[in-house]
Design a protein around this ligand. Sequence first.
Ligand code: PSU
Ligand code: MN
Length: 319
Amino acid sequence: MSRLGGPLLDRLLIAPEVSAALRAGAPVVALESTLITHGLPHPLNFEVARAAEHAVRVEGAVPATVAIRDGRLMVGLSEEELVALASAMVDTLGKAARPNLAAALAAPGWAGATVSATMIAAHVAGITVFATGGIGGVHHGALAGRAPTFDISPDLEELARTAMAVVSAGPKAILDVRATIEYLETRGVPVVTIGQEDVPGFFSRASDVRSPLSVADVEAAARLTRHHLDLALGAGILLCVPVPESEALSPEVAQSAIERAVAEAEGERISGPRLTPWLLTRVAQLSEGASVRANRALIVNNARVAGQLAARLQGVNAR
Ligand code: PSU
Ligand code: MN
């Protein structure tokens, strides 16, 4: 299996609790931080980050929220650090992914780690389970129309090259979900949905996209993950968990807000790394906060499932 390391190892700052857990072979779950810095409004972002860490702990695993500060890839944040990250002004904050990792590490201050940057840090640290909200993917218009934008998230390439289990509620519904799933197939990334046949629709449980693989429960997901990682193919595995029923949006409500937001973004020529945060914020306004409640619920739920998965992978008995 390809393993990052070397110089990047020197950039890691692993929290004492996390490194003790890794040395002991105890379950650890990495959590990303762009949803804190760019995905959710303050102060909800802090509450959600803390609730996600708590959900991991309840399952007997140690949370390791990943972020960048002053040239270091931090793996595991203290409560004070989480407060500082969550309350920093968004225009002072970078959004670190593989393509701009060097720039983000060279800049002073905090940056949120997207899925790709978090996978890199977690992999170097020796963590195999990671929870996010929704992964990035193929944006609408990336591949179609007269002037395709080619806006495809580095998350997908990272999943193809870094061996790790990523727990999500599917690709974010602001994306072209069907194209995203096809892209992952092309790049050799297994996509496994837990508990239903379709890929979850992020804000809603349903989508009209069939999941390439599905399993009944976390136990079965853990077995498949173990098999996949043991083959050392190099790629990650994407596990998809539907948003909890109580906070799920109906597909119609979600779809109409998303369609309008996507059209407006095009009209305003929003592009690049700004696009995803812009769309999430706009969908929140158009759904009168319902999308944010769904986002919150799915992030915490994914952290819980990732905790269960990590415990099973480390051979720790389920509660
Ligand atoms: N999940 C959420 N909210 C988010 C994200 C995930 O519920 O904001 C972030 C992740 O960090 C992911 C990023 O990597 O959005 C994708 O950004 P882009 O489409 O620009 O690659
Ligand atoms: Mn992009």
